[in-house]
Design a protein around this ligand. Structure first.
Ligand code: ATP
Ligand code: MG
Length: 274
């Protein structure tokens, strides 16, 4: 006999295979999005336009987007934010973190399954996170998984079945490698996610996370950062070059020493810049 328990189990079984993995997408935006420079809003806006294009245009049932930039610049968080904001009925994250310990063929099967599931939904968005790690790319050799590469090449350019629309947002910190692997042609558009390179952006983040207790501590810290050479008149000659992810962790470390927070911060940034 089928009882209520079976019914509830069935619901549990259906959700992950077909539907929305909202928690997964939320988890990778743990620290929210800080609007430290105009480029952040520009990136979100561009993503939103692709979301709208896939939703409304019948001519582009598949749009494949690449977010690339240095490690820790916020690619995964931005991709997940755009995906989540789409409110498409099918939203899914494909990430190397979710495939730890998978064999090559298990990875290919898992990736295939996500795309196959998406084809059942009229509107889908898939975030394919960290391409080089999904591909097990190592610069030594160089080596990578050819099976995963072949699968991705097919899936990133295959039109979904009639009446279905799909947006794929991939991320990578190794843009040049994608060209070498022949993956570049798979993307309809590429967006560059830059590191934080101006003192103004840095200051914005410091304010946002409320690192300093008062205005004088803030002034003191900004002065110290200027002295350390982080105040290039334009971004080119600034010594600052740090991904938001790393910056947030540097800030949290500095916060542990409230008495010397400015010194800690400046010291860490100098070490990173050298
Ligand atoms: P990796 O190169 O290691 O894959 P990444 O570029 O994907 O790193 P994320 O994993 O997205 O970087 O980390 C960015 C972190 O910074 C997230 O915790 C996110 O919540 C936070 N964050 C704050 N502001 C922003 C922003 N403007 N853009 C992106 N992430 C932001
Ligand atoms: Mg990432």
């Amino acid at each position: 006999r089928v009882n209520r328990g079976d019914f509830l189990n069935a619901l549990d079984e259906v959700t992950p295979a077909f539907g929305v993995s909202k928690e997964e997408l939320e988890q990778v935006v743990q620290n929210g999005i800080i609007h430290f420079a105009p480029v952040v809003d520009e990136l979100l806006r561009s993503g939103e336009l692709f979301v709208e294009q896939v939703r409304t245009s019948t001519r582009t049932p598949l749009v494949s987007l690449l977010l690339h930039g240095p490690p820790g610049s916020g690619k995964t968080a931005l991709a997940a934010t755009v995906a989540q904001a789409s409110q498409y009925p099918f939203m899914k994250l494909v990430s190397p973190e979710g495939m730890v310990g998978f064999s090559e063929s298990q990875k290919v099967a898992a990736i295939n399954k996500v795309f196959a599931d998406s084809y059942k939904s009229p509107l889908s968005v898939i975030v394919v996170d960290n391409l080089e790690r999904l591909l097990d790319f190592t610069p030594i050799g160089p080596r990578f998984s050819n099976a995963v590469l072949q699968a991705l090449m097919v899936l990133l350019s295959r039109r979904p079945p009639k009446g279905r629309r799909l947006l794929v947002i991939s991320t990578s910190s190794l843009r040049p490698v994608l060209t070498d692997l022949g993956l570049s042609e798979s993307f309809d558009a590429e967006l560059w996610v830059p590191p934080i390179a101006s003192l103004r952006s840095l200051e914005y983040v410091l304010k946002e996370v409320e690192l300093f207790h008062d205005a004088s501590q803030h002034r003191n810290a900004m002065h110290m950062l200027q002295q350390a050479g982080f105040d290039g008149t334009d971004e080119q000659d600034s010594r600052l070059n740090i991904g938001i992810k790393k910056l947030l962790s540097v800030i949290e470390m500095a916060r542990q020493e409230p008495e010397t927070v400015a010194e800690r911060l400046t010291g860490s940034l100098m070490e990173l810049g050298l």
